[in-house]
Design a protein around this ligand. Structure first.
Ligand code: NAG
Ligand code: NAG
Length: 301
């Protein structure tokens, strides 16, 4: 390895060329030290890269392997305002236009002509049925089909006939969806006992029920009748599991429309909507986990 000729040439550049030393060492000695560190750090770098590689190989492409505790899904609604306020005057289009526009925009994702492709979409029925598994997440099936969801299922809240979603009559609609979580299957309540009595009539097979009621004691009886539209008036199980953005690019969440058909006018009402299920929880910190709150005020003066 060491070449005296090279060493000699190199020495001409060092500080103390008479002794043939640089800081008390010969050039050859410096080369050895340099070489040692070079090899040592290359080894460390190799170890590091190798470990990362191994780790990545054990991880699946599409979902984290160690996701044994999935976060319960968030419940989101449209229209949604900063302060969770829905306040409008039914005689003044301007006051509800932002809401109805948000709903039209959101629902355009669900337009029928966007779900025509037979290779990408399939019909999964208008009645709630069992989970629809489309192979293992890691199998090589590739991209999965998505269930269609027809806007017409949302009845008067579909925006098809009534472009104002009931706002003009003071019967506003909301569109609600459960946020998607890869490989998560929501489990319906196992018994009536586990949910509030008022919501029990909504329990039925293969549906995650949603129920809205007054948040405050003092608003009891002021919310009026609440109507629910969608498959089974809740979130039907055949839309689960969701296979990720890569494997399920056309996926459409099932929607539920909620309509307040007889609210007390000119009063601010606090409403809470909640979904119920064995593996659906609520959190003090996250106001949208499994539920949401709404301040609703319909003015007709
Ligand atoms: C829950 O209660 C509703 C009505 O109160 C009833 O129709 C339904 O069968 C009950 N379900 C169970 C699982 O007990
Ligand atoms: C609407 O609510 C009021 C009470 O706030 C009640 O008297 C009335 O009967 C309700 N109308 C309908 C159609 O349910």
């Amino acid at each position: 390895m060491s070449s005296n000729k090279e060493d000699g040439g190199w020495k001409k550049f060092v500080w103390n060329s008479e002794k043939g030393e640089f800081c008390g060492r010969t050039g050859g000695s410096w080369f050895k030290i340099l070489g040692f560190y070079l090899i040592f750090y290359s080894f460390l770098a190799g170890l590091f890269v190798g470990t990362i590689q191994c780790l990545l190989l054990t991880l699946s492409d599409y979902k984290p392997t160690w996701q044994d505790r999935v976060a319960p899904p968030g419940l989101s609604h449209t229209p949604r305002s900063d302060k969770s306020e829905l306040a409008f005057n039914l005689n003044d289009l301007e006051t509800y236009l932002p809401y109805t526009k948000a709903m039209r925009d959101f629902l355009s994702m669900y337009d029928e002509d966007k779900q025509r492709d037979q290779m990408k979409y399939e019909d999964c029925g208008d009645e709630p049925t069992e989970y629809k598994y489309r192979g293992d997440l890691n199998s090589d099936v590739g991209v999965r089909k998505a269930c269609r969801f027809q806007r017409s299922l949302l009845g008067p809240c579909s925006g098809i006939e009534d472009r104002e979603f009931g706002f003009k009559e003071g019967k506003p609609c909301l569109i609600v969806k459960l946020n998607r979580i890869v490989n998560f299957v929501p489990r319906p309540p196992s018994s009536n006992d586990s949910i509030p009595e008022a919501a029990q009539y909504k329990v039925r097979p293969n549906v995650i029920p949603i129920f809205c009621t007054n948040r405050r004691e003092e608003d009891a009886g002021k919310i009026g009748e609440v109507k629910y539209y969608g498959i089974g008036e809740g979130f039907p199980l055949q839309y689960y599991p969701y296979y990720s953005k890569v494997l399920h690019p056309q996926y459409l969440q099932p929607l539920v429309a909620i309509q307040f058909v007889n609210v007390t006018m000119n009063t601010e009402l606090r409403i809470e909507c909640k979904v119920f299920g064995e593996n659906i929880g609520y959190s003090e910190k996250d106001k949208f986990q499994g539920r949401f709150e709404l301040k609703l005020q319909v003015t007709n003066l």
